[in-house]
Design a protein around this ligand. Structure first.
Ligand code: AGP
Length: 368
């Protein structure tokens, strides 16, 4: 029950929550960015600089979209802090009797703070002496109470079953955490400043993407009738592709697969043809040429391509393009996610689905 929280004139909670993202990520950053020393203040971590420097590894756990945002987080931490980091579904983690290491920082992610698999993983970690912090939206929730400290998202209530604003706020919280870990280690003040300035630009850039809603709605109408869609991306683009496929599946019931772009030729390329279009995440980064080659391979098999990136490629390589504003490459995933949320939303609307309450799903999965 959403209580007093209504759709505020939007047709669905989902569109409201997508549209709120300039404000929600601003709240996640609020009071945490330091313009003078180019650091992030994260008092909720309850950790001094010496302890923060001591971690040799970061392990991130969460379920579903929380796990995909954890993959974005792991890449941010490796890039900015140069600490080995990876993400794993919390459910897998808890069932495989993991080795719990005292020099690892464990990060549990949850919008609701009530997801049972994530909570059970946190409890298992604590039982074995692991140091666990949380990135959580719901204040005072079970996971927030269980962890040793953490970062609240302050994204406000998320009502629609499909997570959108919590996803981007979590990614922003990871950028803050990566900046924090980086600046007590080797990240230079100049690079710290680059990230702080980049974070500040994000809300305005999200506004620019939201302003393309009508064009994205048209594209959604065009692609939604296909029975199946492929989503591909490389490195920073891969978790974005996974989240894009997840959003589409959840609310439109269109089958979608996400693959690292380089993996296509190892199997899934066999699926590509006119009946299975590809959404390709192609940011203007050091992998641009590799990604454009992949588009050529898809097109050569008769596959249609909807590209999301920073500039339109040669017309032969993509049928449609959504162009988004450029930020620092490390922060690209946050902006690349927004058009995919809108694409899934408008596809679900075009197909007449129950957007805010998709079949078979619950907002928070409090059972095993
Ligand atoms: C997101 O769109 C999904 N509904 C789902 O994957 C969700 O992210 C997952 O169940 C985790 O929920 P939590 O963040 O509340 O723990």
């Amino acid at each position: 029950d959403a209580g007093h929280y209504d759709t505020g004139g939007y047709e669905h909670y989902l569109l409201k929550e997508i549209s709120e993202q300039p404000e929600t990520i601003t709240r996640t950053m609020s009071g945490r960015l330091d313009e003078r020393f180019h650091v992030a203040h994260l008092g909720g971590l309850n950790m001094d600089a010496r302890e923060t420097r001591g971690f040799r590894q970061v392990k991130i756990i969460g379920c579903g979209s929380a796990y995909y945002s954890g993959q974005i987080g792991a890449q941010l931490i490796e890039e900015l802090a140069r600490i080995p980091a990876d993400a794993e579904p919390a459910s897998e983690f808890r069932y495989r009797n993991p080795v719990v290491d005292p020099d690892t920082l464990y990060v549990a992610i949850s919008q609701s703070g009530e997801t049972y698999d994530t909570l059970a993983a946190v409890q298992e970690l604590k039982r074995k002496g692991g140091r666990v912090i949380g990135i959580v939206n719901a204040v005072g929730s079970a996971i927030a109470r269980e962890v040793d400290g953490g970062i609240y998202l302050h994204a406000g209530p998320e009502v629609s079953v499909a997570s959108t604003k919590a996803f981007t706020s979590t990614s922003v919280a990871f950028a803050l955490l990566a900046l924090h870990l980086g600046r007590v280690r080797d990240l230079s003040p100049a690079d710290g400043r680059r990230i702080v300035d980049g974070l500040r630009r994000l809300p305005g850039q999200i506004e620019q993407i939201l302003a393309q809603g009508e064009e994205i709605a048209e594209l959604a109408k065009k692609y939604a009738p296909h029975p199946s869609m492929m989503f591909v991306g490389r490195v920073r683009g891969y978790p974005v592709a996974r989240e894009g496929a997840q959003k589409l599946k959840e609310i439109s019931y269109v089958h979608a697969e996400a693959y690292p772009a380089s993996e296509l030729k190892h199997g899934p390329l066999a699926l590509i043809g006119p009946e299975m279009p590809t959404v390709a995440i192609v940011p203007d980064d050091e992998l641009l040429d590799k990604n454009l080659t992949t588009l050529g391979e898809i097109r050569a098999r008769g596959g249609r391509v909807l590209m999301v990136g920073h500039r339109a490629p040669d017309a032969k390589l993509a049928d449609d393009v959504i162009v988004i504003p450029k930020n620092e490459i490390e922060l690209d995933p946050i902006l690349l996610t927004i058009p995919l949320q809108l694409l899934a939303y408008y596809a679900a609307v075009a197909l007449g689905r129950d957007v805010d309450k998709p079949r078979n799903l619950a907002k928070s999965v409090t059972v095993e």
